[in-house]
Each structure stands twice: as C-alpha cells, then as structure tokens.
Design a protein around this ligand. Structure first.
Ligand code: GUN
Length: 284
C-alpha cells in the first residue's frame, strides 16, 4: 500500500488565501490592519531566514509587519522593555520572540512578558495553561498546523491511538494536548522512552518531532497509520525530516513530506493567530 501524501504546501497556500480575504474584510469593515511584531536577538542564520519569511508572509496577507532586530549582547531588561513597548502598541496585535534566544537570556521570563492577548505563539504560561485545561485559546502554530493537515486529509481521530515522539514545549507537549482534546488516546515518547518501537507500532497517528534524520523507520510504523513528520534536518545541504520517507511510504496510510509538509503550515497558522488576535482586540 502506498501512502497518500499530504501536501502541506498546497494546504498552506489555500489557508493563506482565506486569511488574506479575512484581513481585507477586517480592514474594509472595521478599519484595522492586523499587525505582527517579530523580535530577533542576535544573528543566528537559520533564525534570520525564519524571521524574514514571517515578515514576507505578513505582507503578502495584507498585514502590518515589524521586525525588531536586537544585538546579541542585549540584556534581559532591554529585551523585556522592548516587549512591553510592543504590548502597548495599538498597531501590533501579535508579538513573537524568535527562539532560541542567546544563552545569556532567560527565554521563559521573556515569553511571560508578552501580553497573553498578543501571544501568537501560544507559549505564554496563561495560554499554555488554557490549552491544558481544554479551554478555547491561542494554540502553538506547528501543532495547530498538524491538526489542520490531519483534518483536511480526512484522518479519523476519535478514539484512535496517537503517539507523539518529542516532548518540547513548542511541539510535543501542545501536540499531545490537542490530540487529546480531539479524543485520541495519546502517548508521549521521548529520548528516555524504553522500547520506543512497541509504542509507535500501536499508533494510528504517529507524529515525529525529534530532529533526527531517518529516525522513524518502516518497522516502527503500523500499516495504514497517518505519519506526520515535524522534523527539519539538514543532511549534506539537503532538508529532510525524521522519517525514512521511501520505506515508510510503503507502510503508512498517510505521510507528510519534508520539505512541503508541516513546515509551510507553521507560518500559515502564525498568520491565522495574528488575524484572530486582531479580531479579538475589537471585542475588548
Ligand atoms: N523557533 C523555532 N520554532 C519556533 C516557533 O514556533 N516560534 C518561535 N517563536 N520560535 C521558534
């Protein structure tokens, strides 16, 4: 059986078109333009590319975009002061701190300074807590993108076994909570999990967010499973995911490619979260 390939690039494009329409409607009917501020500290080359792409995506959707680039030696106080200014800025509805921050800065403290209403990453403890409690809240962009891909592919979730490999605050943990919210039976596996294969082989939905090329092999996958590859790895200059794509394609029922799978959905969901933050600001 050859897996159905879930085209994240096409899905993201379609979503971004719908977002652009809603942005235009918001401008015409309410006179507000959704605005996103992205804060980058230092000169990490990968982060520079991500930040630039976020700015371009905003502009294409008709949104207002600000990129704040701070020197690598910025202090915690200086960073937090800049965030407070953005919290007060009426043209800005979403604030994102590009991670990772330089090592001398406290990521957790910085994220907690963002106003929960402007936290378009869903990383603020208030929003993370709301997600845990099953309340309506802003969800982290990458797992939100994964849920969208599962839905448009028609993967049934109710009562199914979902296994998430990876327990990061950005992907693994919120991913598990969002699958739980949709009535999956969820297992979170990680680097210390004993006999990982015994868990993954039970999965109807297998999500890999571990960051190791070729980590998920065909013998770890249940026949017909939906396999979602969140990994972004570079091997010999080429981007690849965590999944042994060629072999798993023969076993899985659905599979996301890398590139062109989950990656494009992350930016689309960031735009969606910014749009929704702008819409919510009207009701405050
Ligand atoms: N760095 C890698 N992924 C992310 C993300 O989703 N949000 C932020 N803010 N930084 C990241």
């Amino acid at each position: 059986m050859a897996a159905r390939i879930i085209d994240g690039k096409a899905a993201a494009l379609a979503l971004r078109e719908r977002i652009a329409e809603r942005v235009s409607e918001l401008k015409n009917t309410k006179g507000i333009t959704p605005g996103l501020a992205v804060v980058l500290v230092g000169e990490d080359p990968a982060s520079q590319i991500y930040v630039r792409n976020k700015g371009i995506a905003c502009q294409k959707a008709g949104m207002h975009s600000e990129t704040i680039i701070l020197p690598a030696e910025t202090t915690q106080d200086e960073l937090e002061e800049r965030i407070r200014e953005l919290n007060e800025d009426p043209e800005i509805h979403g604030v994102l701190i590009q991670l990772p921050l330089p090592r001398h800065l406290n990521e957790e403290k910085a994220l907690a300074v963002i106003s929960p209403e402007k936290d378009v990453d869903g990383f603020h403890p208030v929003n993370a807590g709301r997600l845990l409690a099953g309340q309506n809240t802003v969800s982290p962009c990458t797992p939100k993108g994964v849920m969208h891909l599962l839905d448009i592919a028609g993967v049934e979730l109710e009562g199914k076994e979902a296994v998430v490999i990876g327990r990061s605050n950005i992907v693994g943990k919120p991913m598990a909570l969002m699958l739980l919210q949709r009535n999956c039976t969820v297992t979170i596996c990680h680097s210390r999990t004993a006999d990982l294969r015994s868990h993954t082989r039970r999965a109807d939905i297998l999500i890999s967010a571990i960051g190791k090329p070729g980590f998920v092999t065909a013998d770890m996958v249940k026949t017909g499973a939906a396999v979602i590859d969140v990994g972004i790895n570079r091997v010999d200059g080429k981007v690849c995911g965590d999944v042994d794509y060629a072999a798993v394609q023969e076993i899985a029922g659905w599979l996301t490619p890398v590139p062109g799978g989950v990656g494009p959905m992350t930016i689309a969901m960031l735009l969606m979260n910014t749009l929704e933050a702008a819409e919510r600001s009207l009701n405050e």
